[in-house]
Design a protein around this ligand. Structure first.
Ligand code: NAD
Length: 361
C-alpha cells in the first residue's frame, strides 16, 4: 500500500504529522513517501505542483493531503498560486467524486452555533462533483464587453457546463452511497434559472430509474442552504455540482461545530483517492501548534476504508477519536468550559494512545 503524503502549507504540515503518527501505530504494511506541494513547492521548485509530486501522487494508491495556500501568494499569477496544486491533482487523477461527511459527535453538540436538538445525531453526506462545472468550464477570462448592460467596458466571464456522462457518474456514486445509508438522495440544483442545472436535474432523474429502492428529492440550492440550517437532519445524502457543493459543504461543516473536525475524500473511478481535511491552511494559526488535527486523522481513516481496503483499521481510528473526545480532550477550536484544552501534538498523541490501548486490550 503506497501512500503519497503531501502536507503542503500552514497548518498542513502540523496536522499531517499527527495523522502519519496515527497511521504508523496501526502496524500495517504502508509505504509512505512525502513530497512538497502548494506554496512550499513553489518556493523550492517554482511551481505549486511539480512533476515529481504529481508523479508520486499518480503512482500511489492514495494521497494524504494537508492544505495549501497563504495570503502572501495572492499576487502570483493564477497558475502559480498554491491552490492550483489541488485543482491540478483533482484533474490529473480524475478525482470527480468528493465525499464530505458532516457528523456531529455527541460530545461536541455544544460547539455548534445551532441548537443542540437540531444537530444532535446529525450524520449527513455531501457528495460534490469535483472536476466540472463553472470552476473548469472554458472559455473564461476578461475582455471588453460587446453587449450586455455596459458595452465597451471591461468584463469578466466564466462558463458553467456539464456533460451527460459527468452527471451520470456522480449520480451513480450518490445512489450507491445512499444504498449503504438511509436510501435517500437530495439532488441540489438551480434548474429554475440555469440551463446547466435543468440538464443536471433531468439526468439525475434518468439515472434514478436504476435505483427504485432509493428515494430522490430535488431541491434548489437557495432552499438547500436554508434547510441545512433549519432542519439538517432531514438530509441524508446530498449530491450537487462543483460550485454549489463547495459552498454547501462548508455550510454543513459548521453544523458540526468546527471545520477542524471534518474529513473529506475525493475519488476517481478506480477508487484511487485524495484524502484531506475540509479546511484550508489556516495561516492565522499556523506554526502555533494549536490546530485541530482530527479532520486529517479522520481523513486517514476514510483513506483506509475507501482506497486501501482496511475497514477495520479505519474503525479503530474513528473509535479512538470518539474515545479521546469522550475523555474531555479538546483543541482550542472545540474547547468549552469543563473540558481540557490540548495542543495539536497532544491531541495526536491521545489518539495514538487510544489506539495502542485497544490493541493491547
Ligand atoms: P481556512 O479553512 O484555512 O481557515 C478558516 C478558519 O478556520 C480560520 O480561522 C482558521 O484558523 C480556522 N481553522 C481551519 N482549520 C482549522 C483547524 N484544523 N483547527 C482549528 N482551526 C482551524 O480558510 P481560509 O482562511 O479562508 O483560507 C486560508 C488559506 O487556505 C487560503 O490561502 C486558501 O486559499 C487556502 N485553502 C486551501 C484549501 C485546500 O488546501 N484544500 C481549502 C480551503 C482554503
Amino acid at each position: 500500500m503506497k501512500i503519497a503524503v503531501l502536507p503542503g502549507d500552514g497548518i498542513g504540515t502540523e496536522i499531517v504529522a499527527e495523522a502519519v503518527k496515527v497511521l504508523n501505530v496501526l502496524d500495517l504494511p504502508f509505504e509512505m513517501e512525502t513530497a512538497l506541494v502548494g506554496g512550499a513547492a513553489y518556493e523550492a521548485h517554482g511551481h505549486p505542483l511539480p512533476d515529481s509530486t504529481l508523479k508520486l501522487a499518480k503512482e500511489a494508491d492514495a494521497v494524504l493531503f494537508g492544505a495549501v495556500g497563504d495570503w502572501k501568494y495572492d499576487k502570483l499569477d493564477r497558475p502559480l498560486r498554491p491552490e492550483q496544486a489541488i485543482l491540478g491533482l483533482r484533474k490529473n487523477l480524475g478525482l470527480f467524486a468528493n465525499f464530505r461527511p458532516a457528523i456531529c459527535y455527541e460530545e461536541l453538540v455544544g460547539a455548534s452555533s445551532l441548537k443542540p436538538e437540531l444537530i444532535s445525531g446529525l450524520d449527513i453526506l455531501i457528495i460534490r462533483e469535483l472536476t466540472g462545472d463553472i470552476y473548469f468550464g472554458q472559455p473564461r477570462g476578461r475582455r471588453t464587453a460587446v453587449d450586455g448592460h455596459f458595452p465597451g467596458t471591461e468584463e469578466a466571464f466564466d462558463t458553467m457546463r456539464y456533460s451527460k456522462p459527468e452527471i451520470e457518474r456522480i449520480a451513480h456514486v450518490a445512489f450507491q452511497a445512499a444504498r449503504k445509508r438511509s436510501k435517500k438522495v437530495t439532488s441540489v440544483d438551480k434548474a429554475n434559472v440555469l440551463e446547466t442545472f435543468q440538464f443536471w436535474k433531468d439526468v439525475v432523474t434518468e439515472v434514478h430509474a436504476q435505483y427504485p429502492d432509493v428515494e430522490l428529492q430535488h431541491m434548489y440550492v437557495d432552499n438547500a442552504a436554508m434547510q441545512l440550517v433549519k432542519a439538517p437532519k432531514a438530509f441524508d445524502v446530498v449530491v450537487t455540482g462543483n460550485m454549489f457543493g463547495d459552498i454547501l459543504s462548508d455550510e454543513a461543516s459548521m453544523l458540526t461545530g468546527s471545520i477542524g473536525m471534518l474529513p473529506s475524500a475525493s475519488l476517481n473511478s478506480s477508487n484511487q483517492g485524495l484524502y484531506e481535511p475540509s479546511h484550508g491552511s489556516a495561516p492565522d494559526i499556523a506554526g502555533k501548534n494549536i490546530a485541530n488535527p482530527l479532520a486529517t486523522i479522520l481523513s486517514a481513516a476514510m483513506m483506509l476504508r475507501f482506497s486501501l481496503n482496511q475497514p477495520e483499521a479505519a474503525n479503530r481510528i474513528e473509535t479512538a477519536v470518539k474515545t479521546v473526545l469522550a475523555s474531555g480532550l479538546r483543541t482550542a477550536d472545540i474547547w468549552s468550559e469543563g473540558t481540557t484544552k490540548v495542543n495539536t501534538q497532544q491531541m495526536g498523541a491521545a489518539v495514538v494512545a487510544a489506539i495502542t490501548k485497544t490493541t493491547k486490550g
